[in-house]
Design a protein around this ligand. Structure first.
Ligand code: UT7
Length: 325
């Protein structure tokens, strides 16, 4: 099996900023509540007419530039998203066309907030098996389009953005392990009930606001801590490493309190946990992807570092991978 590494990263955040002060004018909330309960101060929102693929293209171009590859070098594109431009075709196919990456196999995956980690592990396996050589993985979300802006329980938490990574064979280091898990019995904790084949869009589904995401945040909170901790431990075990070997944790950004609790359970110092939730909120699959990109660009990830990607989301699904940078 070939060793596989991440050789380029990119991101794109839309320019429109929605602050907690703005939200105070929209629903019964406060900057104090949002900050202390989640750690979020502001989030980015797309402009009218801007869709997932528009964000994905910009993040992908950054990752390709970092990898010093051209679109025609790609033979695989995987996009992790729960907010595609449309039901089909996939965002990956739209992206292929926009980039002119004519030789790439393209598909989207639905693994919510763990989508980027899932897609990294899938791409790694394609490359390790020799099926593909160069893969582009994108985590992109336009959560503002499925957020109920009248529901204070959820609307303060989410944002829009995209992050991307290019994977390729490497001589040493690279992805040392990938651990994925799922528990469909908890599917009801976070879902978008309307618009699918179960509840096709109708005046009734619109009246019931089923086209917006529904979340039982409090129940998810405890599961997120437990599951992200377990995923990290399993990925470390697979790689033959200990928590003390970690140089940096790049987690899904759902809540600062979740991340601090996971660090405590793992016995890892809080300053090793990379966070961008304050600026962007929870961007589902784009959270881990942009956090990785920013950590690399800020010099927080250096050659030889042991990096943990760790994510959890609707499904439930979770995943972690260890990378020697
Ligand atoms: O991305 C992966 C999946 N998502 C997650 O993992 C999210 C995990 N959950 C969380 O991060 C937290 O549960 C939240 C940030 C969503 C909520 O924090 P919490 O400490 O669990 O609050 P809560 O839901 O227990 O609500 C506490 C109170 C409630 O009032 P009562 O019933 O105690 O009177 C809520 O109605 O806070 C109220 N509340 C708000 N108050 C002001 C809920 N939302 C707001 C709000 N502003 N925006």
């Amino acid at each position: 099996m070939r060793k596989v590494g991440i050789i380029g990263v990119g991101e794109y955040l839309p320019s429109k900023i929605l602050t907690n002060a703005d939200l105070e004018k929209m629903v019964d909330t406060s900057d104090e509540w949002i900050t202390t309960r989640s750690g979020i101060k502001q989030r980015r929102l797309v402009a009218k007419g801007e869709a997932a693929s528009d964000l994905a293209i910009k993040a992908a171009k950054g990752a390709l530039k970092g990898a010093r590859l051209k679109p025609h070098d790609l033979d695989l594109i995987i996009v992790a998203t729960i907010t595609p431009d449309m039901q089909f075709p996939s965002v990956a196919c739209i992206l292929q066309d926009a980039l002119s990456a004519k030789d790439a196999i393209c598909f989207d995956i639905s693994a919510a907030c763990a989508g980027f980690v899932y897609a990294i592990v899938i791409a790694q396996q394609f490359i390790a098996a020799g099926t593909c050589k160069n893969a582009l993985v994108v985590g992109v979300e336009v959560l503002s389009t499925i957020t109920d802006w009248q529901d204070r329980n959820t609307c303060v938490l989410f944002g829009d953005g995209a992050g991307a990574a290019v994977l390729a064979p490497v001589k040493s280091g690279g992805i040392l392990s990938g651990y994925l898990g799922s528990d469909g019995s908890k599917k009801g904790l976070l879902m978008l009930p309307g618009g699918g084949s179960r509840n096709p869009t109708s005046q009734q589904t619109l009246n019931k606001r089923l086209h917006y995401l529904k979340m039982k945040g409090n129940e998810l909170f405890k599961l997120a801590i437990m599951t992200m901790t377990k995923a990290a431990q399993q990925a470390l075990k697979q790689a033959g490493l200990k928590c003390s070997d970690l140089d940096i944790i790049i987690p899904h950004q759902a809540n600062v309190r979740i991340l601090m609790a996971v660090a405590k359970k793992l016995g890892v110092s809080k300053d090793k946990v990379y966070m961008n939730i304050e600026k962007y909120g929870n961007m589902s699959s784009a959270s881990t992807a942009t956090a990785l990109c920013e950590a690399v660009k800020e010099g927080r990830v250096k050659k030889g570092d042991i990096v943990l990607l760790d994510a959890f989301g609707a499904g439930l699904v979770w995943g972690a991978c260890i990378i020697e940078w």
